[in-house]
Design a protein around this ligand. Structure first.
Ligand SMILES: Nc1ncnc2c1ncn2[C@@H]1O[C@H](COP(=O)(O)OP(=O)(O)O)[C@@H](O)[C@H]1O
Ligand SMILES: Cc1ncc(COP(=O)(O)O)c(N)n1
Ligand SMILES: [Mg+2]
Length: 516
């Protein structure tokens, strides 16, 4: 059982408005009241700094403060750490108290040891007084600490131990140029504190610092809420109020299934390879492409088309499969018989899976995209390795050699093609007069209809490319074919419904409709 049930705050803390507080800093007031007021005023980070309390007292205080933060419903945005006491932080976390980490000083526990003890999910902040200490922090092993607290800005009674003594033995403090030098040097976000008062904020906000940290400017104020709000407002007046994203920490490695399109470019971006890659991006897979033809094309037609040397087509496939191996492959227009043969051979060699073949013959604009001998080669060498082929009605008429005038004809053609080629066949109804229903036939003779409401949008350039790429994307994510078609169709419908209107002819769709 995980006794600490909260997600790590390491990738989501907000250092800008950092309140450091202990029971002895609040005069006669209960610390919880002061913390509550600071939260009301906009504090974005809380540190419990209890120098004279023992572990049991710190854990109990931490429990109360964590509950106060949760009571304000900011436990997922306001991080809470304890100063120095890794032992107390560990005990609190083991008890399920939401202590997100620790802040440690130069003379406290070694940060490397603290990281070992606390594990990878806890925030660790480190104090630094000088550029040299920042440089040393940079040399810590990757992932040891999360931020730097630099100071003091002024001499302070709350932290007498944090004086900076220069080479002459004189006591010094930070200033604009030393702050900027430290922040420039630092791999980590850096906040400045130590005697910081409200009057300092406009100056600090103009430095490269990522935020301020204060004790008495809030804990010692007559009205801690108002004091916090002023510190926050004076900062955001200069820096804006956007929550920062720190880039210092490398996030945990992530994986995406890769999907490859083997197709032809469309210079206007709405169909072919550009449409395929945009579809993959929008459907949570990593898109790769093998260019098997080039068009000069826009929404009014295909002005020119060129083949790519078949050996270059083959080399691209090798490059892709030898490194980021795709889980699914979408095949669109391939220009030239030799390139079709090469694609079929390479996909067999690399044992490609989840192959979606879109047997494109004519673009939405009416321009022809495939010569008869190329189509014949696709039928003989690509259909046998396909998981599914996706002809539209005109293409299905050619392939099945029958006229298609209604939905019964669509189904008959799909069933016949599925039997003939031993593969699944999706006959798409975009060219039908009624609705936008598609029919999927299996080699067994089974049939599934996918109903789609016809969307009143003539900007359908790239619908077929987009649907087949989306099917490949969902297959790569482990869906079965029926679910993949259903989800792909839903994505496509959204892209049509977004009603993008570009170009003089049948324009492209908005592939990013769900991302805006
Ligand atoms: N106006 C429309 N409204 C809703 N869906 C459509 C529309 N036009 C096409 N579709 C859908 O787009 C997909 C591609 O079909 P289609 O346009 O027939 O292919 P192609 O682009 O190869 O000619 C199919 O799922 C089809 O149902
Ligand atoms: C390079 C290229 N490939 C395919 C299509 C088909 O477009 P649609 O998806 O509208 O059938 C196209 N117009 N251009
Ligand atoms: Mg098509």
């Amino acid at each position: 059982m995980n006794s600490f049930p909260y997600p790590s705050m390491r990738d989501r803390f907000d250092l800008r408005f950092y309140f450091v507080v202990g029971p002895d800093d609040c005069g006669n007031r209960p610390i919880l009241d002061v913390v509550a007021k600071a939260l009301d005023g906009g504090a974005s980070f809380i540190q419990l700094r209890a120098k004279t309390q023992d572990v049991a007292e710190i854990v109990s205080l931490a429990n109360d403060i964590a509950e106060e933060i949760a009571g304000h419903h900011v436990e997922h945005s306001v991080a809470f750490v304890v100063d120095d006491r890794v032992d107390a932080a560990l005990e609190a976390r083991a008890k399920g108290i939401k202590v997100d980490g620790v802040h440690i000083g130069q003379d406290d526990l070694d940060p490397v040891v603290a990281r070992k003890l606390l594990g990878p999910d806890a925030i660790i902040g480190l104090s630094a007084k000088t550029v040299d200490e920042v440089r040393e922090a940079n040399h810590l092993p990757e992932g040891t600490i999360d931020y730097i607290g630099a100071g003091p800005l002024h001499m302070t009674a709350t932290k007498p131990e944090s004086m900076i003594v220069d080479e002459n033995g004189d006591i010094t403090t930070l200033n604009v140029s030393s702050i900027d030098e430290m922040r420039t040097m630092s791999k980590y976000p850096l906040i400045v504190g130590g005697g910081v008062k409200a009057d300092d904020i406009p100056m600090l906000a103009k430095t490269k610092a990522d935020g301020w940290f204060v004790v008495s400017a809030i804990a010692g104020a007559t009205d801690p809420e108002q004091a916090t709000r002023r510190l926050v407002d004076d900062w955001t007046a200069i820096r804006g109020d956007e929550k920062p994203r720190y880039t210092g920490r490398k996030p945990a490695a992530t994986k995406l299934p890769a999907v490859l399109t083997i197709a032809t470019t469309d210079s206007s971006g709405g169909a072919g390879i550009p449409a395929d890659l945009k579809t993959m991006l929008a459907n949570d897979v990593f898109g790769e492409c093998v260019v098997a033809g080039i068009t000069a094309q826009n929404t009014t037609g295909v002005q020119a088309i060129a083949a790519v040397d078949p050996s270059i087509v083959g080399a691209q496939i090798d490059s892709v499969f030898d490194d980021i191996r795709p889980t699914a492959v979408k095949i669109g227009v391939i220009v030239g018989v030799e390139s079709v043969k090469t694609v079929a051979r390479k996909l067999r060699d690399h044992q490609a899976t989840n192959i979606v073949v879109d047997p494109v013959m004519v673009a939405t604009s009416g321009s022809s995209l495939a010569a008869d001998d190329t189509i014949a080669e696709e039928i003989s060498s690509l259909f046998p390795i396909a998981t599914v082929i996706t002809p539209n009605i005109p293409e299905a008429q050619v392939l099945a050699q029958m006229p298609i005038g209604n939905q019964a004809d669509m189904e008959t053609a799909a069933v016949q093609l599925a039997k003939d080629y031993g593969t699944c066949v999706l006959v798409k109804g975009g060219h039908g007069v009624k609705d936008a229903d598609d029919v999927l036939a299996f080699p067994t003779g089974a049939v599934t209809w996918f109903e789609g409401e016809r969307i009143a949008n003539d900007n359908t350039h790239g619908t077929g490319c987009t649907l087949s790429s989306a099917i490949a994307s969902y297959l790569a994510q482990g869906e079965d074919l029926e679910d993949a078609v259903r989800d792909a169709k839903a994505y496509l419908s959204g892209a049509l419904r977004a009603n993008l209107n570009l170009g003089k002819g049948h324009g492209p769709m908005d592939h990013a409709w769900a991302m805006h």
